[in-house]
Design a protein around this ligand. Structure first.
Ligand code: IMP
Length: 428
């Protein structure tokens, strides 16, 4: 073993739901620590272990591998109620969690009033974002507004109470302005959440020093991104984004390590694309094809159950993702979902309303709603890929399709997932 460990970031390269959970689960086999660095219970990472399905919202998917340490970094907004519900459910299902989960003392607490605000703001908004309703935006607003409460504050109940009282007052005022109400169970949800404070403190840690020490000791670390590149607060389709930095650089900020500690960034793309929530989807299908792909791919939200909109693979986005994340490798998921299609399209550029064609992802989100994708058409392969375990096992057309994705994304493909099971993976 080398004297320095390795740090790999797994990042979604579309609008989330790329199948990161499956890739993290596969990579977690060879690591010591798995850490989440942003987001909260808006994420829903689905992992299949034998015949069991696990949907993880806050605890890293690495928890399903015995002995791996799982951390939630400072960049996460932690919903304590949901966190312990998930924790206890995993324990009930026989997962040994003792000493395995750590939460950053710098992580912000997502309080029940953040959920109330999320829903109130969304229902009053002219431009709806289609949030998951998990309180993510309001929690990050409090963080950036320097009003938030952090895990470390749980150690000082008096200060915590004062800070919460200030936030709560502001929430009440804003709710009044929106003509909304907090609902009767807010106080009891707050009491329940705070009653879990000591339990959370017991597993609270400083993630930066812990990860840095682990790397210095030769350990291997995996950073598990949530959502995807074009949902990044800075680089995504603003304002139709989430409120955190989902891109790879967020892994350093969101756990407390230096950016030079990261040596590998694996981007996950689905072999087509999906989007849930509002905002443009340039390569989106017509209604009939949309329905068909949703059924073929089981494209319903893991957190909200909402139907996902589906479309063709968008290489403008994947190339942008390669640049902004500094990808060193690509994992293509759900290739098998395309097995029965006679023809498959890939967008290589966008025709703008003035007739010009762009291949760089435009910053102006509103123009994205008006572009016409420039497609190239690939023949389908009409054969199952689910049993393939090497590239050689794939039909010729499936390989050609992957080669083209690799070429357009300018990133080598390192994994191809051909089904939900752990074993259904091709390592290149
Ligand atoms: P929020 O993160 O709940 O504020 O939602 C903001 C946007 O991000 C909405 O379009 C959501 O549908 C989307 N979003 C948030 N989390 C996920 C996810 O895990 N997968 C896919 N989309 C997500």
């Amino acid at each position: 073993m080398s004297s320095f460990g390795s740090c790999t970031v797994v990042v979604g390269c579309q609008w989330g739901d790329e199948g990161k959970g499956k890739i993290v689960d596969v990579l977690a086999e060879d690591v010591d620590i798995v850490a989440r660095y942003q987001g909260g219970a808006n994420a829903g990472h689905t992992v299949h272990v034998d015949d069991d399905e696990f949907i993880l919202h806050q605890i890293p998917s690495g928890i399903l591998h015995e002995g791996r340490r799982c951390l939630l970094g400072n960049g996460v907004v932690l919903d304590i109620l949901q966190f312990f519900e998930e924790y206890d459910k995993l324990a009930e299902r026989g997962i040994d969690l003792a000493g395995r989960v750590g939460v950053s003392r710098r992580a912000h607490l997502l309080m029940p009033y953040h959920r109330v605000m999320d829903r109130a703001v969304e229902s009053a908004a002219d431009v709806k974002i289609g949030t998951t309703g998990r309180g993510i935006g309001p929690a990050y607003e409090d963080k950036a507004g320097r009003r938030g409460v952090r895990v470390a504050d749980l150690g000082n109940p008096e200060r915590l109470e004062r800070r919460i009282a200030v936030s709560l007052e502001r929430v009440q005022q804003r709710l009044e302005g929106l003509g909304a109400e907090a609902g009767q169970d807010l106080q009891s949800a707050m009491d329940q959440a705070l009653a879990l404070g000591d339990r959370l403190l017991e597993i609270s840690v400083d993630t930066g020093p812990e990860i840095s020490a682990a790397l210095a000791a030769g350990k291997r670390v995996l950073m598990e991104g949530a959502q995807g590149t074009v949902l990044d607060l800075d680089h995504g389709t603003y304002p139709f984004v989430t409120s955190s930095n989902t891109t790879a650089a967020g892994a350093a900020i969101g756990t407390g390590i230096g950016p030079t500690a990261i040596d590998d960034v694996v981007g996950v793309v689905k072999a087509y694309i999906t989007r849930v929530g509002e905002g443009p989807l340039p390569t989106g299908f017509d209604a009939e094809m949309d329905e068909r792909m949703r059924e073929l791919g089981g494209e319903f939200g893991a957190t909200t159950g909402r139907p996902r909109r589906c479309g063709w693979f968008d290489a403008v986005i994947s190339r942008f993702a390669a640049q902004v994340n500094g990808l060193t490798g690509l994992a293509v998921t759900k290739l098998d979902v395309l097995d029965t299609l006679p023809e498959i399209q890939v967008a290589t550029g966008y025709r703008m309303p003035d007739g010009s064609v762009v291949t760089d992802f435009p910053a102006d989100t509103w123009s994205l709603g008006q572009v016409e994708p420039v497609f190239e058409t690939h023949p389908g392969w009409g054969a199952p890929t689910t049993e393939a375990r090497s590239l050689d096992d794939l039909p010729k057309n499936a390989r050609a399709y992957l080669d083209r994705i690799e070429e357009l994304t300018e990133t080598p493909i390192r994994w191809v997932s051909v089904g939900t099971r752990r074993s259904q993976i091709i390592q290149v």
